[in-house]
Design a protein around this ligand. Structure first.
Ligand SMILES: [Zn+2]
Length: 286
């Protein structure tokens, strides 16, 4: 029986990408054309054709402005989960502001989708060694799981020492952390759970990585963004060349790659994956 992997979409628009934050201020967002609704509808069509369900980690900022989209996502059988309010990284918020960010986004997500929110993904995988309080805040707020850690080194994110697979970050709590997928090549650990790596590198890299993880008996956790299937999005001038190259490469090929990926492996919601991983998840040393 093939392993069911976790399929996730980080619902944010083309102007909310972390790599562009020094060019596009939050105050500008309301003056820019939103494309997330049509892009998400295309993702919903793609998932429906593939017969898969997944989790939509959504910004509160988006849910407030596209409420009917949230309802369409939930009614199609997908999980509605939180990606925070306006893509502020957790280590920049601090404990109190993080608690407020979580509460504000969850309220609007639940109000407009009609579904309960049990899962959270930190913007830019920004839970790491700098935020020991973050899991306490998530547990107090009653979240069942987080998928907020990238156990690799990367120029924008990463917590190299974190476990590769599901673990309980707090003693005495059932809050589960499910890191995004990495693959191991010898002593090296590579980000392999999607994002730019999936879009920029050949499809065969991700296929190899997911097969490797499944051969270890574990589910892969894959993510992408709605803007990644939108070749016609406005181009952001003035961002660093490296960020622009990463952002705009292979947008036209992304939908086809996703069709291949969803056909080749089994996929499901992150909350279902979390429940399946609980038995095997690592507990912290007492
Ligand atoms: Zn994000």
């Amino acid at each position: 029986m093939a392993i069911v992997n976790g399929l996730s979409v980080d619902v944010e628009d083309w102007f909310q990408v972390g790599a562009f934050e020094n060019v596009l201020a939050r105050g500008d967002w309301d003056h820019l054309p939103m494309r997330v609704e049509r892009n998400c509808d295309a993702v919903l069509d793609l998932f429906a054709q593939a017969g898969v369900t997944g989790t939509f980690f959504t910004l509160g900022w988006i849910a407030e402005r596209a409420p009917t989209l949230m309802r369409r996502i939930a009614e199609a059988g997908h999980e509605m989960a939180s990606h925070g309010w306006a893509h502020e990284r957790v280590f920049r918020l601090g404990r109190k502001a993080f608690r407020e960010d979580l509460a504000r986004s969850r309220k609007v997500l639940e109000d407009v989708s009609g579904a309960a929110v049990r899962g959270y993904r930190a913007p830019s995988f920004s839970i790491d060694a700098r935020t020991p309080w973050a899991y306490e805040v998530l547990a107090e707020a009653g979240y069942a799981y987080s998928s907020s850690v990238a156990p690799v080194v990367h120029d924008h994110y990463g917590w190299r020492e974190a476990p590769r697979f599901a673990f309980y970050p707090l003693a005495g709590s059932d809050l589960l952390e499910i890191p995004v997928t990495t693959a191991e090549v010898g002593a090296r650990r590579l980000a392999a759970g999607g994002g730019g790596f999936f879009r920029v590198l050949p499809y065969a890299f991700t296929r190899w990585a997911i097969r490797q993880v499944n051969a270890e008996g574990r589910p892969a956790v894959f993510y992408f963004h709605p803007w990644e299937i939108d070749p016609d999005q406005p181009r952001v001038e003035g961002a660093p060349l490296r960020s622009r190259v990463r952002h705009y490469t292979n947008l036209r090929r992304m939908a086809g790659k996703l069709q291949r990926l969803t056909a080749e492996f089994r996929w499901g919601r992150m909350d279902v994956l979390a429940d399946a991983e609980r038995r095997r998840a690592v507990r912290p040393a007492a």
